[in-house]
Design a protein around this ligand. Structure first.
Ligand SMILES: Nc1ncnc2c1ncn2[C@@H]1O[C@H](COP(=O)(O)OP(=O)(O)OP(=O)(O)O)[C@@H](O)[C@H]1O
Length: 259
């Protein structure tokens, strides 16, 4: 459904993505992982046209993304990224309604149908009771749910999320990923927690220094030697819990030594 082919990008002379191929299949939840600075956000931005890569193409439903205008893209692809503070000064209801923007004509006013779609999305994420609160006042977990509601209001086919579990406690992390999973949408989620990704994602892609290092199911990608080498830690596989491969980490050799 969404595919990146041969993506290359650099900021100035420094390459940040090199020959990246990525295939997101319809209905799958794909986890995009990798060390800090590996290029995850940059790649995600190319997937919704916020960044035009210097090399390669992003295809959406068999068409180059660059042939779609921003409004057409927003009708098909919804994103949940860190919001600028100014956006958070809205009420929850107004924030959700922003998701209707790509469907409204330039001079058309929002209708009762738009209000109903927004209310249904807030209900779905369990945030309808927050409708009159200001987004800036919400807890991190509540805020993420509202941002996901706004994405649902967009009625897009595909959802891209950049670190939606950032700053959330473990309970909220599970809640947000449970919610994303329950939507059954084609989705790409950038995550740092490898074990959480293994639990919720159908497939994992590991990006390091701008290149795809592994692509497959969790048991294929979360190889202790590979992960240990990429992150500079000791890693070992624990017995699979609920059939989900999980890793245990040790601090790097020599770290914290006084000698
Ligand atoms: N606008 C920019 N201008 C210059 N360099 C940038 C810009 N955005 C990102 N970079 C650099 O590109 C590299 C990849 O950044 P990116 O944010 O894509 O990585 P990431 O994998 O998402 O990192 P993190 O896990 O730390 O969020 C980093 O070295 C970063 O400093």
């Amino acid at each position: 459904m969404l595919a990146a082919r041969g993506i290359g990008h650099s900021y100035g002379r420094r390459p940040v993505l090199t020959g990246v191929d990525l295939q997101v299949r319809r209905g799958e939840l794909l986890g995009l992982l990798g060390p800090n600075g590996g290029g995850k956000t940059t790649l995600l931005r190319t997937l919704f046209g916020a960044l035009r890569p210097l090399e390669g193409t992003v295809m959406f439903d068999g068409r180059p993304l660059e042939q779609l205008n921003p409004r057409q893209i927003a009708q098909r692809i919804a994103v949940v990224v860190q919001e600028p503070q100014s956006e958070l000064m809205l009420s929850v209801a107004d924030m959700a309604l922003l998701g209707r923007t790509p469907h409204l004509g330039m001079f058309s006013r929002r209708s009762s149908r738009d209000d109903a779609i927004a209310a249904a999305a807030l209900e779905k994420v369990g945030a309808l009771g927050l409708a009159h609160r200001e987004v800036s006042e919400l807890s991190g977990g509540e805020k993420q749910r509202v941002l996901i509601a706004r994405a649902l209001v967009q009625e897009a086919d595909c959802l891209l999320l950049d670190e939606p579990t950032n700053h959330l406690d473990i309970g909220y992390q599970h809640q947000v990923l449970d919610l994303v999973r329950s939507l059954g949408m084609t989705a790409v989620v950038v995550l740092h927690d490898l074990n959480l990704a293994a639990r919720y994602c159908d497939r994992l892609v590991l990006l390091d220094r701008g290149r795809v290092r592994a692509d497959g199911e969790a048991r294929e990608v979360l190889q202790p030697e590979l992960i240990g080498a990429l992150y500079g830690v000791g890693a070992e596989r624990t017995a699979a819990y609920d059939e989900v491969p999980q890793l245990l980490f040790r601090r790097p050799e020599g770290a914290g030594d006084d000698t």
